[in-house]
Design a protein around this ligand. Structure first.
Ligand code: ATP
Length: 335
């Protein structure tokens, strides 16, 4: 990775006339303040491979390279990743590659395989918007959502425990950069800098892109040609577990081949989903689409398979999480 090139491009964008420029500058200023306050060795970056923390990582790399100048290389960047139950394999590959590319010193707080001591990482909330009581199996029978093997607890307990472990292992880390935006669950009341809530391991949460919108994220990624997880090119607009994350129905390309409008949800509605099947309904037409083994759609170019536009074509950012059930991000709400 050429840090100086990244810095030149990012700072160039910040001082350009592009609409996203003021937000880039704002984020760089926040990162600079925090670097002045704590020093790089006391700051970690929360990275789960999603688009928002991919933007944040690139901004952070630019800010670090800007400080050290061309003659010095970048020091490893402390980072934390807390895997959700059943993560997307593509996402994990992206995390590994990105970690190498940007020189992350990534601490993966993985769930224990010992069930009695399993880390209840951020829960995967069963239940699909538009369904009255939760998930159905491939035969259309309602499953008890609580019987889903998706998380050991609800809310942010898993995240809290993961951060407690991180604090114990790396006590010198005092601040965590987070890719939360105001439109995220629980993001509305956050500012650029917030301490963790009482009862949580003590860190300062740094939210440099809190004021960015969905379209700002894509404008930045596209303007600088930044690598992002390939699931976003398959219609996913926000990534969680394979148990609760699907391509965004607003990006579904109707079988007729005529792309639906971006500004509102098409008439397709998810009526049921589980890790092996997802069903859509449009008027009287109902189709059950088998999912790949890892829990997401097979995007082979077949007339039977649903096809989706890429995430950056979603115009209405309020539909960003239309492909997810109601999982929330504990990083945003507490830590
Ligand atoms: P997307 O919404 O497309 O999945 P994202 O994962 O970057 O993108 P959020 O899910 O809204 O965004 O999460 C906000 C931020 O919280 C992330 O950018 C990341 O910094 C942090 N975060 C969330 N979950 C995790 C996790 N499991 N491990 C590490 N960091 C996380």
């Amino acid at each position: 990775m050429d840090g100086q090139k990244i810095a030149k491009e990012v700072y160039g964008l910040a001082h350009s006339k592009e609409p996203v420029a003021p937000l880039v500058k704002e984020a760089l200023d926040v990162i600079d303040q925090v670097l002045d306050h704590y020093g790089q060795e006391h700051i970690s970056l929360s990275f789960n491979g999603g688009k928002d923390c991919t933007v944040l990582l690139h901004l952070y790399a630019a800010a670090l390279a800007h400080r050290v100048g061309a003659s010095q290389g970048l020091k490893p960047v402390p980072a934390i990743y807390i895997p959700v139950p059943s993560p997307f394999p593509e996402l994990e590959v992206f995390i590994t590659e990105t970690s190498r590319l940007y020189g992350l010193d990534l601490y993966t707080c993985a769930p224990s395989s010992d069930a009695s001591n399993r880390l209840p990482v951020e829960s995967v909330t069963p239940g699909i918007p538009g369904t009255p009581s939760g998930l159905t199996n491939g035969n259309g029978h309602i499953k008890d959502p609580l019987s889903q093997p998706v998380g050991m607890s609800r809310g942010g307990e898993g995240m809290r425990r993961a951060l407690a472990i991180y604090k114990e292992r790396l006590p010198h880390i005092q601040a965590i950069l987070i890719g939360t935006r105001r439109s995220d669950p629980h993001g509305a009341t956050l500012s650029h800098r917030n301490m963790t809530d009482p009862g949580w391991p003590v860190f300062e949460r740094i939210n440099p892109i809190i004021n960015w919108s969905y379209s700002d994220i894509w404008a930045f990624l596209k303007a600088l040609d930044i690598p992002y997880c390939n699931l976003y090119d398959q219609g996913f607009t926000s990534l969680g577990s394979t148990y609760n994350t699907y391509p965004n129905p607003a990006l579904l390309i109707p079988v007729s081949g005529t792309p639906s409008g971006n500004s509102s949800l098409p008439s397709f509605t998810i009526i049921a989903a589980d890790p092996s099947t997802i069903c859509f309904t449009e008027s009287s037409h109902v189709s059950a689409v088998p999912l790949a083994m890892n829990g997401h759609t097979n995007h082979a170019d077949s007339s039977n398979q649903p096809r989706y536009k890429p995430a950056y074509e979603l115009v209405d950012g309020s539909l960003e999480r239309a492909g997810r059930s109601s999982a929330t991000t504990a990083f945003a709400s507490h830590c």
